[in-house]
Design a protein around this ligand. Structure first.
Ligand code: PMV
Length: 322
């Protein structure tokens, strides 16, 4: 039976996290840590999943049962993606999905969104559907919401559109910002962040202090707009300053941590043009904007502060059939 390989990039939030959950824009960039899967048609109408890297050897479920009986956490995104595709476009074959080896994506670089997008892209290919990017986005975003309940969809958009994009909540706007590599250093804090919990924490904060938190979101929106212009001009100085301001606003929202702050300050001291956390906060990654001459110093500063530098090209190609 026909077998294909699909890969989807990870993501990093450049500016605008949290505010983007609440109707504001953000800038998100696709990262060259690609999640790779293979998909093979099966005669019997079953879904089979093999993901040895997360300890799943052979998961098997009748297509008519997808989403039922509380699927295990580790298969949930794949299972819901197949279910949503089958519900919308029908599936007249079974499917075996296997994750392929590659550099790990589990640093908060968007593996859930990437696997969801890769599965849906593979299914469109195997069933000869030619879905427009926005249709693929809508189905992938629905899948992410079905599984985790909250989220703006920015990570899904990064995997589907690639490059660096200007994105508004739920895909109300998805526009290419720029298409070149960005001079970023990525540092992992060593702590895994729980995104839905942090999104809910900010939601509670917003409920308690609607005026104040609304103003913080407005300011973040302003700096995303400025950042988009700076990016177009490759005005790294301005972009770095905006990243620093964004970090302050995220601290005000209560989502930074001492460890993230330590890596951020270390990289600024080592000459970064700007640095901030990237994503929900609480852990995962920070990013530092550098001029290429200063990259090594910033990388060393992050390692000395006990962060892990994640090497990856930034602003890369979208999901593709390999
Ligand atoms: O934790 P991450 O890397 O998935 O980023 C979350 C970013 C938020 O804006 C907090 C949530 C979202 O879905 O936009």
């Amino acid at each position: 039976m026909r077998k294909i390989k699909v890969s989807a990039p990870g993501k990093l939030m450049l500016l605008g996290e949290h505010a983007v959950v609440w109707g504001r824009p953000c800038l998100v960039t696709a990262v060259d840590r690609r999640l790779k899967i293979s998909l093979e048609k099966l005669k019997e109408k079953f879904l089979e999943i093999e993901a040895p890297s997360v300890g799943i050897k052979s998961y098997r479920k009748n297509l008519s049962q997808l989403g039922k009986n509380n699927p295990p956490k580790k298969t949930r995104f794949v299972e819901m993606a197949v279910k949503n595709f089958a519900d919308k476009y029908s599936l007249n074959f079974g499917i075996k999905i296997k994750t392929e080896d590659g550099p790990p994506l589990n640093y908060g670089l968007g593996s859930s969104a990437a696997i969801t997008v890769a599965v849906l892209k593979g299914l469109t290919e195997l069933s000869n559907q030619n879905l427009a990017k926005k249709k693929l986005f809508d189905l992938a975003y629905k899948t992410v919401l079905d599984v985790q309940g909250v989220g703006s969809g920015f990570d899904v958009a990064a995997a589907i559109y690639g490059g660096t994009i200007y994105f508004k909540t739920g895909g109300r706007k998805i526009e290419k910002a720029v298409n070149f590599d960005l001079p970023l250093v990525v540092g992992w804090s060593g702590i895994k962040a729980d995104t839905p919990t942090l999104v809910r924490k900010v939601a509670r904060e917003r409920e308690k202090h609607p005026q104040i938190v609304g103003k913080i979101f407005d300011e973040i929106e302003g700096l995303v707009e400025e950042g988009r212009k700076a990016l177009l001009k490759k005005d790294w100085q301005t972009l770095g300053e905006l990243m620093n301001i964004n970090q302050k606003l995220l601290e005000n929202l209560g989502v930074s941590t001492p460890k993230l702050a330590k890596l951020i300050y270390a990289s600024r001291q080592a000459g970064a043009l700007g640095a901030k956390l990237s994503g929900a906060g609480g852990g995962d990654c920070m990013i530092a904007l550098v001029d290429e001459k200063g990259r090594k110093d910033v990388e060393e500063a992050i390692e000395n502060a006990r962060g892990k530098v994640i090497k990856a090209k930034i602003g890369v190609e979208r999901v593709r059939i390999d």
